[in-house]
Design a protein around this ligand. Structure first.
Ligand SMILES: Cc1cc2nc3c(=O)[nH]c(=O)nc-3n(C[C@H](O)[C@H](O)[C@H](O)COP(=O)(O)OP(=O)(O)OC[C@H]3O[C@@H](n4cnc5c(N)ncnc54)[C@H](O)[C@@H]3O)c2cc1C
Length: 578
């Protein structure tokens, strides 16, 4: 009997201590029904307690040890806790032309794991990182290692069929097992097996969850679906997936970097690739003029910057999200939780500054489309005080990720015409398992080995009418942003910003992205993104210029923080003498 076999149980009511009835149904692992019950009772009584506390303490406020707090307890600067663990920095920039068997562009988890896997197989590998290793989204993630990717499998089953959806699940499970093996082999990365759980707070969400549970059943995914049959209860249903994991991403990447070097690989920082061209070999041009010639090239730059090859900017939707690390009773969060509706928060525990804290994530939005990004942090803080009884917020940071047109990453050859240039992107905020899975698939493709995951992730796959509809919607949305920001009657501020802040102002016929430095001077840049000329907007919390079309971001000097842009924002002189 296969290991994923489980029983379909009939609907039933289960009476619990406090008198509410809970319906527990559907897909419970064979032999685990009894052990699931005490946990269910415990979780439900916790939620009741949290709701009562909110009523007592008032919205956005919490009484803790006699101290009244509000949402102002956010740390002043935004910094990822994970990145504090970076062990070795200062890898040299590439200054001369070199040859390598495989060049990996991008030092995030997808790139580092691919480079590690290839170097382990005896390949001569170089990693080219535009900024500092790990500093991209992989250093600012939540680092759940899970095959449960929100509401995913019902949709994938419908779009791609049972075989591919099942393989997708297996790819994630294999990735978790791979990290566990690396941890056992010495990669000290706080790897810990944990149950994952998505939950619904509305009846509509509950119906979605039920659909997802049915897909789990069809795919043989060992989930446990539970319903709470009480209108007063905030959580209406949950879908649990046991035996998933969480870890520390930067600790793993520290280890990968050391292993790559041990295996003879070379790592370069401050080395932005601006162009790749495939001929006999792949020619890789960097910003400094140094050229890498490689037999194979992996673009693991989060989003491919090779615009004309595959038009990835039009097939990937960026989304930013926010995270805070809070001091609160960690026993409240015994699983890795993700709300599929309501405030849609993501919760996990982590050892932060020597204590077990709770990481709270959420407040997703398209980059460049929120008037004040500080409000996103404030909303998370309110949630933490209100729902978790947080006493202090230690860290806050944000990041973005890209989603493909059918919610399945693009992993494989960059286009069907490329023979030696590959990519891994579009992880939909699940690139921890996705990045690991990408490494195994890409290494096999480069070595000409069969890999059963190839058709699942093939970037040239056809995804049917739903994906086409999404593409049309995205193109019209991006087009809207592109033109709206350049129309002459666009309402833009006439005033220059306060010190430490930025604003887009009209200057002659164009837009200027103006940042007022603390010393009173101004940095004036073109307000048109260097990628495809959408108007950028000011991100107050991160002090950056963000492009709402394709997610490129720039610092106040105009330097590229995130692609697909590879060129800085042009300097611009204000023509009214301001
Ligand atoms: C808030 C948030 C929470 C998340 N939580 C989870 C989670 O719990 N579990 C999970 O599985 N996933 C999660 N994800 C998703 C996951 O973090 C990402 O999918 C993953 O980190 C992407 O890895 P990457 O290597 O593709 O990209 P990155 O980590 O961004 O690495 C890309 C690197 O390429 C470099 N680069 C870019 N352009 C160039 C160039 N032209 N030349 C050279 N280098 C270049 C960048 O500087 C960067 O270092 C989350 C994402 C977000 C935003």
């Amino acid at each position: 009997m296969p290991s994923w076999w489980f029983q379909l149980l009939s609907w039933r009511s289960l009476q619990v201590e406090n008198g509410r009835s809970i319906r527990k149904t559907a897909f419970i692992l064979q032999g685990q029904e009894e052990s699931a019950r005490p946990d269910l009772i415990e979780r439900v009584s916790f939620r009741t307690k949290a709701v009562t506390e909110v009523k007592k303490s008032g919205y956005g406020k919490h009484i803790s040890g006699g101290i009244r707090m509000d949402t102002s307890g956010l740390p002043q600067s935004t910094e990822s806790y994970w990145l504090q663990a970076r062990e070795k920095t200062g890898f040299p920039p590439l200054k001369e032309d070199i040859y390598a068997d495989t060049a990996v562009i991008g030092g995030g988890l997808a790139g580092m794991m691919s480079a590690y896997e290839l170097s382990r197989r005896g390949r001569d590998v170089v990693v080219l990182e535009a900024r500092t290793l790990f500093e991209g989204t992989s250093g600012k993630t939540t680092a759940k290692l899970s095959s449960q990717h929100g509401l995913h499998y019902a949709k994938m089953l419908k779009m791609h069929g049972r075989k591919k959806a099942r393989l997708y699940f297996e790819a994630q499970e294999e990735a978790i097992a791979a990290v566990e093996r690396l941890a056992e082999a010495g990669a000290s990365c706080d790897f810990e097996r944990k149950e994952a759980c998505i939950y619904a707070e509305t009846y509509e969400g509950k119906r979605e969850l039920e659909k997802e549970a049915r897909a789990y059943h069809a795919l043989g995914i060992p989930g446990i679906y539970e319903e709470v049959d009480s209108p007063s209860e905030r959580v209406k249903a949950k879908l649990r997936l046991p035996d998933q994991a969480q870890f520390h991403p930067v600790r793993l990447m520290n280890w990968l970097a050391a292993e790559i070097e041990k295996n003879g690989g070379r790592l370069y920082e401050q080395t932005r690739v601006v162009k790749t061209k495939e001929g006999e070999a792949v020619r890789i041009d960097t910003e400094s003029g140094a050229v890498v010639t490689a037999d194979n090239c992996i673009t693991a730059s989060h989003i491919p910057f090779q615009d004309t090859a595959g038009m990835y900017f039009s097939r990937l939707e960026p989304e930013r999200s926010y995270s805070i690390a809070v001091e609160a009773d960690p026993s409240q969060v015994q699983q890795m939780l993700l709300g599929i509706d309501g405030e849609k928060v993501s919760l996990r525990t982590a050892w932060v500054d020597g204590r077990e804290m709770i990481l709270v994530g959420g407040q997703s939005h398209k980059p460049g489309t929120v008037a004040s990004t500080e409000t996103c942090y404030e909303a998370l803080a309110r949630y933490a005080y209100r729902e978790l009884g947080a006493s202090r917020i230690h860290w806050r940071w944000s990041a973005q990720d890209f989603t493909s047109l059918d919610d399945v990453p693009y992993i494989g050859r960059l286009t069907r015409w490329h023979k030696h240039t590959y990519t891994a992107c579009g992880f939909k905020k699940w690139g921890m398992t996705g990045g690991i899975a990408a490494a195994f698939l890409l290494a096999d493709l480069i070595e000409g080995r069969e890999n059963r995951m190839k058709p699942v992730f093939d970037p040239a796959r056809s995804s049917g009418p739903a994906a086409a509809g999404r593409l049309a919607k995205k193109l019209s949305g991006d087009g809207g942003w592109m033109f709206r920001s350049h129309l002459p009657d666009t309402p833009l501020t006439e005033e220059l910003p306060e010190p430490g802040s930025g604003a887009v102002v009209r200057s002659g016929a164009g837009l200027a992205a103006v940042y007022r430095r603390e010393d009173g001077g101004i940095n004036s840049l073109s307000g048109a993104c260097s990628h495809l000329y959408c108007g950028v907007t000011w991100n107050e919390a991160e002090k950056s210029w963000d492009c709402p079309c394709h997610g490129s971001r720039f610092n106040v000097e105009g330097e590229v923080l995130e692609g697909p842009a590879v060129k800085p924002l042009a300097k611009m002189k204000l023509d009214d003498g301001k």
